[in-house]
Ligand binder design. Structure first.
Ligand code: ZN
Length: 622
């Protein structure tokens, strides 16, 4: 290359001139060109132009850097040259593919070659806030990571800092001058995917809203197409529909249990509940807020014009090839209607007894009792303790086409094929008690009563159990002993109680340690002493999550059930009839092999599934 060309390419490589300038200047001769460069303030004088010429001569080849740094043996290079007849153009890839040089060493050499810096992405935490500022579609297309701000320049991590064209395009799209650092190509791709996958930031999460496929309604109960079309007309465009679909789709992919649309004077805040915690994922401006709420009400077949009373509805959509139910609750607040959608995803739950987290011992007890032809099974626990999921899983396990299974629920959460499910409707007089009374006359074999809240319901349920039906139900109580206390306080006859019950169990959900950031640690002595037998556990390995992208820095991911199960043995039945104290009944149950909730929770800590902190957060009465 001629001197003048070398100068131009060097200027271009250092981002001192752009491609267009390079092309114009290339047609000029040296002295004309230098004058032009001085005029453009790229260089100050002719002397400076020579400086660029000399620096261009200093640009080293990759093999040169690798050999001089001891990463590549000269003999190895010679072998490659012999094989290909010259240094191959894809030397970088060849060295990595053949395992001759580690990828990180190759990219370190590339950084040296171009006077850049190498970033080890395995050792670096990416700035989430900075990353989220840029369009993920652009990041994905150009494969770079926004890394840091240096002055007014954005430092980007890229695999090839000499790819001036790509870097220029990035600059023109994002509108910020850049400084290119280097990292391993595959690491960059991996980190970009990871950032996108685990992000809950609005920009990243909803970057592809425009490309979101329309969520297909499930035919039987879909909002019909005509009503939808008319509704769309009134909204003038379908961006609202897309936004809502995208919010729902992402919620499913993030395994959210609920989607909240909270209304404030400045707009609508969209939040996801994931593993029990709420995260703000989107803010919708005040102009669109009413359209979003109307769209949600329309999907749930609710009255759009009615804005002053609470409304409940549901809808079903196909998402990622499965039908998912959504239960919608609309409540008028001081700033307007606020909406909460409960995601009822049977697949996510599995409704599989084996997957609920029952320890073997409890699972055997539970199964033994639900497969009995008659009797009461009662699950106790506060709201959100997973009682309903346990019962649905039991229904799924025991239902057969030969038996008639009827449920009464408030409201029906999951629709299970081939069983009759009834919604409580207090306004119309259909209560648990009245519904249950009618159900008994429908010749059922198994019955599920959503919750026992009063004497009347308890009494009918017990009578059904005594007359040859299997009855499953839940009760709002802290543990099995509390449950007995509640039933007795309702006025249930102790003889009938003892005669009808198969099993009472209680449960909670506790968070599991995130598997991506789980690590061993040593809890302080006091903590262990509080929990149990210190001597026994002083050498035990305890675990906790440090917090990472996968768990949104909580250290936890997913939940599991903890249980106490008490079959009603003859001895315990006698104690109930004799009105023994709760404490004595509990002692007897433990003597008969009941693991208490606290013991069950502690067991999860010992197994390294959950943490001491998590079980301390829950209160258990011993
Ligand atoms: Zn984690």
């Amino acid at each position: 290359m001629a001197v003048w060309e070398k100068i131009l390419y060097e200027l271009k490589n250092r981002n001192r001139i752009d491609k267009a300038a390079l092309e114009t200047l290339a047609s000029k001769n040296f002295s004309e060109g230098v004058k032009e460069l001085i005029k453009l303030k790229v260089i100050e004088n002719e002397q400076a132009a020579y400086k660029f010429y000399f620096s261009s001569l200093k640009a080293r080849s990759l093999e040169d850097v690798l050999i001089s740094e001891g990463r590549l043996a000269a003999s190895e290079l010679e072998r490659i040259i012999n094989e290909f007849g010259a240094v191959p153009g894809n030397l970088k890839d060849l060295l990595i593919e053949r395992g001759i040089v580690y990828p990180a060493a190759v990219y370190r050499a590339i950084a040296v070659q171009h006077n850049s810096e190498f970033v080890d992405l395995n050792e670096t935490k990416i700035d989430d806030a900075l990353f989220s500022k840029f369009d993920v579609n652009i990041i994905r297309r150009y494969q770079f990571i926004p890394y840091a701000m240096k002055g007014e320049k954005l430092v980007i991590v890229i695999d090839d800092p000499s790819d001036v064209e790509r870097i220029e395009e990035i600059e023109s799209v994002i509108g910020i001058p850049t400084l290119a650092y280097v990292s391993v190509k595959s690491d960059i791709a991996r980190i970009i995917n990871l950032m996108i996958e685990t992000s809950l930031s609005e920009n990243t999460l909803f970057a592809d809203t425009d490309d979101t496929p329309a969520l297909r309604a499930v035919s039987e109960e879909a909002d019909d197409a005509a009503a939808d079309a008319e509704f769309l007309k009134t909204m003038s465009d379908s961006s609202i529909v897309k936004t809502v679909d995208s919010i729902i789709l992402k919620a499913i992919r993030k395994k959210a249990s609920d989607i909240h649309f909270e209304v404030y004077p400045e707009g609508l805040k969209v939040k996801y509940r994931i593993d029990g915690a709420l995260y703000v994922v989107k803010t919708i401006d005040v102009k669109s807020k009413n359209f979003i709420i109307s769209r949600l009400k329309n999907m749930a077949s609710l009255d759009i014009s009615e804005k002053r009373i609470p409304q409940d509805g549901r809808f079903k959509r196909y998402i990622d090839d499965r039908a998912i139910d959504f239960r919608v609750s609309v409540l008028p607040s001081v700033f307007g209607e606020t909406v909460v959608i409960r995601v009822l995803d049977q697949n996510a739950l599995g409704l599989d007894l084996a997957r609920l987290g029952f320890p073997e011992h409890d699972l055997i007890r539970f199964k033994k009792n639900i497969f009995k032809p008659y009797g009461m099974i009662l699950v106790a626990g506060p709201t959100g303790s997973g009682k309903t999921t346990t019962l649905y899983s039991a229904i799924k396990a025991i239902k057969t086409p030969e038996d008639k299974f009827i449920t009464i629920e408030d409201p029906v959460e999951y629709q299970i094929p081939d069983i009759v499910q009834i919604n409580v409707n207090e306004k119309k007089g259909l209560t648990f008690a009245s519904g249950l009374r009618s159900i008994v006359r429908q010749d059922p074999d198994e019955i599920m009563v959503g919750e026992i809240r009063d004497f009347e319901t308890a009494n009918i349920a017990i009578n059904a159990a005594l007359t040859g039906h299997l009855v499953l139900s839940t009760i709002h109580a802290n543990n099995v002993i509390d449950a007995i206390g509640r039933l007795v306080n309702m006025g249930v006859d102790p003889y009938q109680f003892a005669a009808s019950f198969n099993l009472i169990m209680s449960q909670r959900l506790i968070r599991k340690i995130c598997s991506s950031c789980r690590r061993e640690y040593i809890p302080d002595e006091e903590t262990v002493k509080l929990m149990g037998d210190f001597e026994r556990y002083k050498d035990h390995k305890f675990y906790k999550g440090e917090g990472c992208r996968f768990c949104h820095n909580t250290g936890y991911s997913g939940r599991t059930g903890i249980y106490e199960t008490m079959p009603l043995s003859d001895c315990i039945k006698n104690m109930i009839i004799l009105k023994a104290s709760p404490l004595d009944i509990r002692k007897q149950a433990v003597a008969e092999g009941m693991t208490t909730l606290r013991q069950s929770a502690w067991q999860r800590v010992i197994e390294g599934i959950s943490t001491i902190d998590e079980i301390n957060r829950m209160t258990f009465e011993d």
